[in-house]
Design a protein around this ligand. Structure first.
Ligand code: ANZ
Length: 847
């Protein structure tokens, strides 16, 4: 039917796919090799934007590709439907978060269906369904059993105005990002998952993913985990019992320590200040108030002038008994290492900046002018960025004068028996000595913190724990799961720092299953990152009421072969999913340790060079574009706009161009005059070569995510076919059918509705989505060759048969390797080579 509009054509095929369950994953009896393709699932928040359009297009291209390669493909979809957006909308409009959530899900689902995404709709999950979140609770109990879920009191960012905990990213210049109130630190008891137990494995296993995940993401994960290797060193404090430990990556520099710094917000600082003279205590208290308003990021900034308070106490250096004045300064963080450092200003820039600000001594213990053989030379620069002359004497390079710490390698000096050793040997020797003396030991440190998973909010998974009358904590028994969220009726959801669930009297009051005594439910809910850390496994055993997933289903499908989503999830989501996978591995429930074998991050869709945002009023909405242009044109426009990983400017995308291309493609299918099964071998060779070249190249293009190049090549094949019909072999030539069929099976990746229509017009049964791509024929791939003249000083000395598309460098290499040319060049000096591939190579020679 030639008169179908894009929307009618879309509706026709979507109905067909739904009725025939075309894209359901095959069951246990399906013998095809399996591929698990997954797009990061969406939040059901408000409108869909062009980022969604990209994400679900790219994952659909990959899923469709593997079906065309003869695979049994699983490509499921669900909704990450707990969390703040629903709760905030509920607070703003007085609506039930449930209603808001499920309405949005229905809208988004309709949009994805109109977009022609080949999801397996039989496995849909919503994390806010009790059928899903009961398994979050089960997972929590398993974590608790294994000692991986625990409670602790710890300082959190607190907005006194919004009465809520803020993430570090929500604190801007010490103020609440939302209301501008000054943020304070508040100690709260919270639930944590002990991800730090897995820090080494999370770091080391990243090496397996090199080449399969974007390198940038691997690097971000490494930095986030932030492993440092060094030593813990015990100091004593005059007039105080017991040791104070510091972590140092440079125990070799112990003799260069000239002062000692504690984090102002640490327990040790509070203790030392409490015993200090009145005037010191007052200065410390003022300083602490100021520090508590400073974000961690600012505290670590190297540009900020150093600040601090001398506590009038002294620490004793374990290697030489020297007295080191103790300062409280905010560049030392309370929750890194042990919240205290030995300061070595000669060799640490932060310590040097501090020493110069407060006139503290600087003692050099590594002579960096005496480099170690085999070590990389380090170019030191002064405060103005001017390289310090490597030949300069140590005297001239003294950090107290230059303001630049000597961080490079060299020979130890002023360090007793370490003198003359290199950094590496001195570190090892120092650790041995400290261990023997019982004043230190080898240690590792991580930037990674345990995962704070409790939230004082309503719209999340209730934490399945009970508080007994005697102050104990017991788990809900597994048989009593799920602990369902109560009705929102009568609850005040506005943030107060305590969970709204605490006020749900009849819900909170329960009994301890073992003693029958009254108990209270834990009123907190889980961070939604818990929900999204294992959802890819629930898709494998949908609807299973006995287990979150079965080990058999997991073995069959997981890990995910291709995971596709935005780079905004490069750290936390991926890290948490990797962590949970390793825990499940340790529990014997999965047989792999990494959840996502390969990862694709799409770029952003921007507009006129600018990021789109509501506030700029330049949002392009997915649903509107879909309505205006139809699914296939939108998909072609996006795919053609540029490489997957790059940002794409929507202002440069031509929807008319995309629509024209689709009509041209459909028209060639309708004009084909040879019958189904026509002997391609008898077809026009010129056109057949273009077709088979694409059959050969397309798989590599898709596997390397060059979807834009694939579209360009399809346009090329459509043009060649048009030419063959109009001025070449004609519409009855079998090569024209072969080309049109090839366009249909490949266009299916990008424009599946048009592809189905083409396939039908060509006389085939649907669905084109399940047709396995043909292999290219070898004799159609023979390259066209041309004859190259190789000249020496303008005279032809040899000729070469070379591929028509040879590059200049390849051609020059072939010419130099030619025997006749080599003989003619003997004893001559080549002054210049001129290469004009594929026609001419000319050597200009002397002698
Ligand atoms: C003495 C020293 C001498 C250090 C030297 C460095 C160079 P990374 O690599 O980031 O792990 N440090 C330890 N705990 C700290 C804290 N809570 N807040 C701020 N700084 C802290 O850094 C480890 C180094 O950072 C440690 O090694 C310590 O300074 C400092 F020439 O000890 B070092």
């Amino acid at each position: 039917d030639e008169s179908l509009s894009a929307h009618e054509l879309q509706a026709k095929w979507q109905k067909y796919w739904a009725e025939n369950e075309t894209f359901l994953a095959g069951g246990e009896d399906d013998t095809r090799p399996r591929k698990y393709v997954l797009a990061m699932f969406p939040y059901p928040s408000g409108d869909l934007h062009m980022g969604h359009a990209e994400n679900y297009l790219y994952s659909d291209v990959v899923a469709r590709f593997w079906r065309h390669r003869g695979h049994n493909v699983l490509n499921p979809i669900g909704w990450d439907s707990f969390g703040l957006p629903a709760e905030n909308a509920a607070i703003r409009r007085g609506a039930d978060p449930r209603e808001w959530t499920y309405q949005n899900i229905a809208q988004q689902k309709a949009a994805f269906q109109q977009y022609g995404v080949s999801f397996d709709w039989s496995r849909v999950l919503h994390t806010s369904d009790p059928e899903y979140y009961r398994w979050n609770q089960w997972l929590f109990l398993k974590m608790y059993e294994r000692g991986l879920a625990y409670r602790k009191k710890s300082p959190v960012n607190w907005c006194p105005n919004d009465q809520t905990v803020l993430a570090n990213e929500q604190v801007v210049d010490g103020r609440c990002e939302r209301c501008g109130a000054e943020v304070v630190k508040k100690k709260l008891t919270q639930w944590y998952f002990k991800i730090t137990d897995y820090a080494d494995r999370l770091l080391d296993d990243l090496n397996q993913l090199e080449g399969f995940w974007p390198h940038k993401v691997l690097q971000m994960q490494r930095n986030w985990i932030g492993r440092s290797v060094g030593a813990d060193v015990d100091f004593t404090i005059e007039g105080r019992d017991g040791a104070v430990t510091v972590f140092s990556t440079r125990p070799d520099t112990l003799h260069g320590a000239t002062f000692f710094v504690v984090a102002p917000d640490s327990d040790l600082a509070a203790e030392l200040a409490a015993d200090a003279p009145e005037e010191v205590r007052a200065r410390f208290t003022d300083y602490l108030t100021q520090v508590q308003k400073t974000s961690e990021i600012d505290r670590q900034s190297t540009d900020r002038p150093k600040t601090g308070v001398f506590l009038e106490r002294y620490a004793i250096n374990p290697v030489n008994g020297e007295r080191l004045p103790i300062w409280a300064a905010d560049y030392v963080l309370a929750d890194y290492g042990h919240g205290a450092v030995m300061a070595v200003p000669a060799h640490d820039q932060r310590d040097l900046d501090f020493a110069r600000a407060f006139d503290l001594p600087v003692k050099v213990v590594v002579d960096t002018t005496a480099p170690i053989t085999g070590a990389m030379p380090v170019v030191e620069v002064d405060a103005d960025g001017v390289p310090i002359d490597a030949a300069a004497t140590l005297e001239e390079q003294h950090p107290a004068q230059t303001g630049v710490a000597l961080v490079g390698d060299g020979r130890m000096i002023n360090s007793g028996e370490l003198n003359g050793l290199s950094k590496r040997t001195a570190i090892a020797r120092t650790i041995e000595k400290l261990e023997a003396a019982g004043t230190g030991r080898a240690a590792k440190n991580y930037r990674l913190r345990d995962w704070l998973i409790s939230r004082q909010r309503f719209w999340g998974t209730p934490i399945p724990m009970l508080h007994t009358q005697d102050g104990g904590i017991v788990p809900v028994s597994e048989e009593q799961l799920p602990v369902r969220l109560p009705s929102v009726e009568g609850l005040d959801l506005s943030p107060k720092g305590t969970s709204p669930l605490g006020a749900a009297e009849s819900w909170v009051r329960t009994v301890d299953p073992t003693t029958g005594e009254p108990a209270l439910r834990d009123p907190d809910t889980m961070d939604t990152f818990v929900d999204s850390s294992w959802y890819f496994l629930r898709f494998l055993s949908p609807g299973n009421e006995e287990a979150a997933f079965t080990p058999e289903d997991a073995r069959r499908w997981a890990p995910v072969d291709s995971y596709i989503g935005g780079v905004e999830h490069a750290i936390l989501h991926l890290l948490y999913a990797r962590f949970l996978t390793k825990v499940l591995f340790d529990m014997g429930l999965v047989d792999f340790t990494e959840p996502f074998s390969s990862l694709i991050n799409q770029g952003m869709v921007i507009l006129n060079g600018q990021k789109m945002s509501k506030s700029k009023g330049n949002l392009v909405l997915f649903q509107q574009e879909l309505e205006a242009h139809g699914a296939d044109a939108l998909r072609v426009g996006l795919a053609f706009a540029g490489p997957v990983e790059d940002d794409k400017d929507w202002a440069d995308v031509s929807m008319t161009g995309a629509q024209k291309f689709l009509s041209r493609a459909l028209r060639i299918a309708r004009e084909v005059q040879s019958p189904v099964g026509a002997p391609f071998a008898q077809g026009d060779v010129t056109l057949r070569r273009v077709t088979h070249r694409l059959l050969a190249d397309a798989p590599g293009l898709v596997e390397h995510t060059k979807f834009n190049v694939l579209v360009a090549r399809l346009m090329d094949l459509v043009n060649s076919t048009r030419k063959a019909i109009d001025v070449g072999a004609g519409a009855a030539d079998p090569a024209v059918r072969e080309a049109a069929e090839t366009v249909a099976v490949m266009l299916d990746l990008i424009a599946p509705h048009t592809a189905e229509e083409m396939w039908e017009a060509l006389g085939h049964e649907p669905s084109v989505g399940l047709v396995v791509w043909r292999q290219p024929e070898a004799d159609m791939l023979v390259e066209d060759t041309v004859t190259t003249a190789v000249q020496i000083n303008g005279k032809v000395r040899s000729t070469l048969e070379v591929p028509a598309r040879i590059s200049d460098t390849e051609l020059e290499a072939l010419a130099r390797a030619d025997e006749k040319v080599q003989r003619a060049l003997e004893g001559k000096e080549i002054v210049r080579v001129i290469v004009r591939a594929p026609k001419i190579v000319n050597f200009a020679v002397k002698g």
